[in-house]
Design a protein around this ligand. Structure first.
Ligand code: XMP
Length: 514
């Protein structure tokens, strides 16, 4: 295959998938490999360029992630980022040391526009730095092409050998001209033509899934959310009748959602998914009774989910593969994406039981960000109103009810959320806000209704804007919309006497409450 490929070599940094994503944005195909991958294997792929990512180590310490010096003599352009830049310098005879001043955050950098890396980049530009070590002396044969007040080698190049090193992170949005710098590398220096598109992703993945599955049977966990719907339709395209989609109504869905999902994906809908709906509401409520700790709730919901699947799988005979709509942010935040800490164990990633009745898990969206999943959805011909649906977490309302989950609390939060969504849509704000929902706090407080004292729950409204769901800002909703929603919830939903709006960004908050 003569497809143009850029290889990203992973040294365990936080932003590795972002690097891959920025390369894809340049319409160039890329794949990520561990730094432990043999050089021969990388050579055999015949990449047009290689990018070395950041990482948590100090390259001069024993046992630190490293690479062979030969990597830099293949005649293939190599770009080192942060740790990758330090490693390039270190391996080729430069000096890397602990910096006197640790740089973290947005820093002004002076770039030399005569470098092909910085074509059309402003001479003074803001970049995102995050490093303890720095390149004290660049390896022989290199020329310094960017610096900051505290970093004498913010970028360097050895044009004859096609080697480029950047201490900052062009892949992070805070680096104002980062995308341009990566574009300059992959399209300019590596000479990639930029003919890769998302439809190629769909075609390649459909073909790869078909080959992997062979004659096997596939079971898909369909929740009706964007991710699992896209995964299910992709699988259906790949293996048709061999796919069975099981939709578990765990009683923690939004108001009327079970019926809506069935209407679209069930036998009356437009897809061939062998759709099975399991009404397991009471089973989940029983398991959750008396449980208040968020991680425990997530675990219970996740495990029960898998149990239900196992039971369905047994009913339909041997099943070889289980499909999940895991996307990249789920992977990272569940601590499976390298060195990052576990924030929440997203149930569709972490909660696999010890005993699994499936040969293998297929996660076709594992490397994609949410907006990329939507693009794939459109490529697959899924209607826009489904593709642009806001995300809904696997554990559903279970993590939007703080504390113990009961059927009564589910009813309250469903009704409040339905009103909130209805008013947001009426105000024409639904496509402008990335995620919004009502949650039920565990707080009860005193109010007055008519002439009576009340002692009831507080509903919290949340609305956030975000690009990748890894960071988010609270949306500034118009006051009249908030007033209307508040008044309707208090008048129409029993046992609620207070409505509050959550102004917290992520970080320090998370989007969901648990
Ligand atoms: P947080 O609350 O972690 O949410 O800031 C980030 C995004 O992930 C969604 N989310 C989940 N999705 N299973 C999922 O499928 C989960 O367990 C889960 N927890 C959070 C959340 O709705 C938001 O879009």
């Amino acid at each position: 295959m003569d497809k143009e490929l850029v290889v990203v070599i992973d040294f365990g940094g936080q932003y590795n998938q972002l690097v891959a994503r920025r390369v894809r944005e340049c319409n160039v195909y890329c794949e990520i490999y561990s730094y432990k991958t043999e050089l021969e294997k990388i050579k055999a792929m015949n990449p047009k360029g290689i990018i070395l990512t950041g990482g948590p180590n100090s390259c001069y310490e024993e046992g630190a992630a490293t690479c062979s010096p030969e990597l830099f003599g293949l005649g293939i352009p190599v770009l080192g980022l942060c740790y990758g830049a330090q490693l390039m310098s270190f391996v080729l005879g430069g000096k890397v040391a602990r910096a006197e001043v640790r740089e973290y955050g947005k820093i002004e950098v002076d770039v030399d526009n005569s470098s092909a890396l910085f074509t059309d980049v402003a001479p003074h530009t803001i970049c995102w730095m995050s490093h303890n070590d720095y390149i004290a002396v660049m390896a022989p044969g290199f020329r310094v092409v960017a610096k900051t007040d505290n970093c004498p080698v913010a970028a360097a190049e050895c044009v004859e050998k096609g080697l480029y090193a950047i201490q900052f992170h062009p892949e992070v949005l805070h680096t104002v001209e980062g995308s341009k710098i990566l574009y300059n590398f992959v399209r300019g220096i590596c000479g990639c033509g930029g003919d890769w598109r998302m439809d190629s992703f769909v075609e390649e993945n459909v073909a790869a899934i078909r080959e992997k599955v062979g004659n096997g049977k596939v079971l898909c966990a369909l929740s009706g959310g964007v991710d699992s719907s896209v995964a299910a339709v992709m699988l259906s395209k790949a293996v048709g009748e061999q796919l069975t989609c099981v939709f578990v109504d765990h009683g923690l869905l939004r108001k009327n959602e079970g019926d809506e999902v069935e209407a679209v994906f069930g036998p009356q809908g437009n897809y061939q998914l062998n759709f099975i709906r399991v009404n397991a509401q009471q089973r989940f409520y029983d398991k959750l009774a008396g449980v208040t700790e968020p991680e425990q709730k997530r675990k219970i919901i996740g495990e029960e989910f898998i149990r239900v699947f196992e039971e369905e799988a047994k009913k339909i005979g041997a099943v070889d593969f289980l499909v999940q709509g895991t996307i990249y942010p789920d992977v990272v935040e569940s601590g499976l994406g390298g060195e990052s800490a576990v924030i929440k164990s997203h149930h569709n990633v972490g909660g696999l039981p010890d005993y699994v009745d499936f040969k293998e898990i297929i996660e076709p969206l594992r490397n994609l960000f949410k907006d990329e999943v939507r693009k794939v959805g459109l490529e697959l011909g899924i209607p826009e109103h489904l593709v642009f649906r806001q995300p809904f977490p696997g554990p559903g309302l279970g993590i939007r009810i703080i504390g113990e989950v009961t059927a009564e609390k589910v009813r309250i939060v469903q009704d409040a959320d339905a009103i909130y969504r209805e008013e947001i849509a009426k105000a024409g704000l639904d496509r402008g806000i990335n995620q919004y929902f009502a949650a039920l706090t565990n707080m009860r407080s005193v109010g007055v209704m008519g002439d009576e004292r009340t002692y009831d729950y507080a509903v919290a409204l949340r609305a956030v804007n975000t690009v990748d769901f890894m960071t988010a800002e609270a949306a500034e909703l118009p006051w009249d919309v908030l007033k209307k929603v508040t008044s309707r919830i208090i008048n129409e939903v029993g046992h609620v006497n207070r409505v509050v709006y959550d102004c917290t960004s992520k970080p320090p908050g998370t989007i969901e409450f648990e």
